[in-house]
Design a protein around this ligand. Structure first.
Ligand SMILES: *Cc1c(COP(=O)(O)O)cnc(C)c1O
Length: 371
């Protein structure tokens, strides 16, 4: 009998243990200088993040959800407008559209879980203002095809890059293709804050200046407010810790990619399991490693009994959630998205996993299918 190992889906304490001293020192500095709102660390983090993405500007925000909302708002997208996106994502990818008063229009995805540009043109109407592709799982969407369609129809592009920091498509980082790139710094993302956080990237000066004002209750200078908006600032204390973490991002990303490739190599020959396709012309960063599995729920329960944590992203696609019932979609509207929701399973892929743990996961999956 194989020995039992406990493999949590993620272990944030384990992630932080090796860098705890540096994080505490960063926090201590902020406590000493006391500029808790828009302190120097925020600007420094924005500067380094923009450099990382190869863009001109970045603005630190409250959350990835806010980044998406503010990008739409800055593009004056609102009531009467439509935005094309996907339904196999975290709800924010569509709720941001509803929150500015516009209508999300869902198109189906390809077998690689990403938006299918081939279906986009049929979804475009005179109300369409933007395309909001999601770099789902940390795998870049087909930005060449999306860019060409956006250009042809004069549409804005907002990249939901929440899961994809440092991913590359055709040699360029995600977040550098669209009018705006929207990143989440949520604790479960690879570059993670110790709390909520987000950041928006852009090459457009006008967008940059609008976002700076929007995140600050609409003030563009002292005593002059030009937009009705809430506050959505990244806290200095978070920026200070994120600056420390930026030093490790590349190593963490490479470790996740190595873990993913181990799974790909060791699972691709199983008839009951489908692994993500080989990367071509891109660098995927594996925020999640999602397989498609026969008897998914049984497999998940089997793994749980052997103390392997997994997740389902997501069991209910956005268009079938209760709050979306007035949008006119029904079961069968998005066949591939819906099929994926019944088959997907996210395996642990964190940078903290040891080789023996990955082997244990692979062997346990094989045990389940009795191979
Ligand atoms: C995490 C996530 C968001 C939202 O980010 P928050 O920082 O939690 O608001 C948006 N889109 C996708 C695809 C995400 O995974």
């Amino acid at each position: 009998m194989r020995c039992l190992m406990n493999i949590p889906y993620v272990d944030l304490a384990e992630q932080h243990a090796p860098i705890k001293e540096r994080l505490l020192e960063a926090v201590s500095n902020v406590l000493d200088h006391g500029k808790f709102v828009l302190g120097d660390e925020v600007a420094e983090f924005e500067h380094r993040f923009a450099q990382l993405c190869g863009v001109s500007y970045a603005v630190g925000l409250n959350s990835g959800t806010d980044a998406l909302i503010l990008a739409l708002r800055a593009l004056d997208i609102g009531p009467g407008d439509e935005v094309i996106t996907v339904a196999n994502s975290f709800v924010s990818s569509a709720s941001c559209i509803v929150q500015v008063g516009a209508k999300p229009v869902f198109v189906d995805v390809r077998e690689d879980y990403l938006i299918d540009p081939g279906l986009m043109e049929d979804a475009i109407t005179r109300q369409t203002k933007a395309i909001l592709p999601v770099h789902w799982t940390g795998r870049p969407a087909d930005m060449a095809a999306i860019g060409a369609i956006a250009k042809r129809h004069k549409l804005a592009v907002i990249e939901d890059s929440a899961q994809a920091v440092s991913a590359e498509y055709a040699g360029h980082k995600v977040g550098s293709f669209g009018d705006a790139g929207c990143f989440s710094l949520h604790p479960l993302k690879t570059l993670n804050s110790c709390g909520d956080g987000g950041i928006l990237t852009t090459n457009n000066k006008e967008m940059y200046e609008k976002i700076l004002a929007l995140r600050d209750n609409g003030f563009h200078q002292r005593h002059e407010c030009i937009y009705w908006n809430n506050n959505s600032r990244l806290d200095t204390i978070h920026a200070a810790m994120l600056l420390v973490k930026l030093d490790y991002l590349e190593a963490w990303t490479e470790a996740r990619r190595a873990n993913a490739h181990f799974y790909q190599e060791n699972l691709h020959h199983l008839a009951q399991v489908q692994v993500p396709p080989v990367e071509e012309n891109m660098r995927a960063v594996y925020h999640t490693f999602i397989i498609q599995a026969d008897r998914r729920d049984e497999l998940q329960a089997f793994l749980a009994k052997r103390e392997i944590g997994t997740k389902v992203h997501y069991a209910v696609p956005i268009h079938l959630q209760p709050m979306a019932s007035n949008l006119g979609y029904t079961k069968g509207s998005l066949p591939i998205t819906e099929q994926l929701s019944r088959r997907v399973l996210s395996l642990p892929v964190s940078q903290t996993l040891q080789p023996a743990m990955l082997e244990y996961v692979v062997n346990t999956i094989k045990d389940f299918y009795q191979i």
